[in-house]
Design a protein around this ligand. Structure first.
Ligand code: BG6
Length: 320
């Protein structure tokens, strides 16, 4: 999609300092006057950077492909309409792992700026800037259209405030037949040292362990340490209870993730051997610097009837 003729920097309006937005080479970037920023590639509508308090919050592999040749290894790839390898004998069977959303070219629909609701009334209100991206059946490659022949519309919204990044997805069924889908926001968190990381609020939850043939287990740890390859799908969580990524040293929360409509959470770290085996993951030791905590609806299927819409999202608060 050629967006090169768009103006390179647009003030969103008003006389007070406003967010700026630039659109160049299929990359949309917005910054708040206070310095926070987010970068989104139209390829996959993948958020590849979120800076807050002068610090990068998301991990991006040094070997990630940013040329649209492969899903981006890092940031927040969006998984839709199937999570993982598609099951046989399902409408998604012919799709690649994690579906087509993360490797399709999305359209930038526009931006809006507002005072963040949370801070309204404060003397100095926080600004929020929202970027909307769209993907529909007609925008897919012929291969994807054939593999998943449903008329759908996706609107993905990325909202930046001073210490929060929200990503939310609306799925519409614009066709005449029902379809089933799964969705996941595959967030790669940038962390200093995996040995100092704990994940909280998963205790007593049931998870499928993908490193043990998907067998079912109950989480016994109140503060999960990652000490080996980890690939777990935690199910039936209360979206309003935040998943906390915290520092083991001082118990300080680093990120908290609340969700809406997304009741599953995947915790993934490839660890040493798998990291080495991924051509786009680098450097090899970077598995120590990342943790994926992925909010999704993946343990079953969402069914959308003709003409209906579904919405879900996550809100990540940085405490860094
Ligand atoms: C996670 C899955 O969500 O994504 C893992 O649970 C998978 O099983 C990982 O390995 C990365 O997937 P991909 O397709 O980006 O290599």
């Amino acid at each position: 999609m050629d967006r090169s003729k768009k103006p390179s920097a647009i003030g969103v309006g008003g006389s007070l300092p406003q967010p700026t937005i630039s659109i160049k080479d299929n990359v949309v970037e917005t910054s708040l006057p206070s310095g926070e920023s987010v970068t989104v590639q139209l390829y996959g509508a993948t958020v590849t950077s979120w800076k807050c308090n002068g610090q990068e919050q998301l991990f991006l592999s040094q070997k990630a492909h940013l040329d649209g040749s492969k899903p981006i290894r890092g940031g927040i790839p969006l998984v839709f309409p199937v999570f993982g390898p598609p099951p046989p004998n399902h409408a998604t069977s012919s799709l690649p792992q994690h579906g087509f959303a993360r490797n399709s070219n999305w359209e930038f629909l526009g931006k809006s700026a507002s005072e963040s609701a949370e801070t309204a009334g404060k003397e100095k209100a926080d600004l929020a800037v929202k970027l909307d991206f769209g993907l529909s059946h007609s925008m897919l490659t012929e291969e994807s259209r054939k593999a998943w022949p449903f008329e759908f519309g996706l609107v993905y919204s990325v909202t930046l405030t001073k210490d929060t990044l929200e990503t939310s997805l609306q799925v519409r069924n614009e066709g005449k037949q029902n379809f089933e889908f799964q969705v996941l926001m595959h967030t790669y968190f940038d962390i200093q040292d995996i040995s100092n990381i704990r994940v909280k609020n998963l205790e007593s939850k049931i998870y499928a362990d993908k490193t043990r043939n998907g067998s079912s287990h109950t989480e016994t740890s109140a503060a999960l340490a990652i000490t080996e390859e980890t690939d777990r799908v935690y199910k039936e969580l209360d979206p309003a209870v935040p998943i906390i990524i915290s520092s083991a040293k001082d118990d300080k929360p680093l990120f908290s993730i609340t969700r809406e409509g997304l009741t599953d959470v995947v915790v993934w770290n490839p660890w040493i051997e798998k990291a080495k085996g991924m051509a786009d993951f680098g450097p090899d030791e970077a598995y120590q610097k990342m943790l994926c905590v992925e909010a999704g609806a993946v343990s079953g299927w969402q069914t959308l009837e003709a003409g209906e819409a579904w919405e879900g999202g996550q809100s990540i608060k940085s405490r860094l």
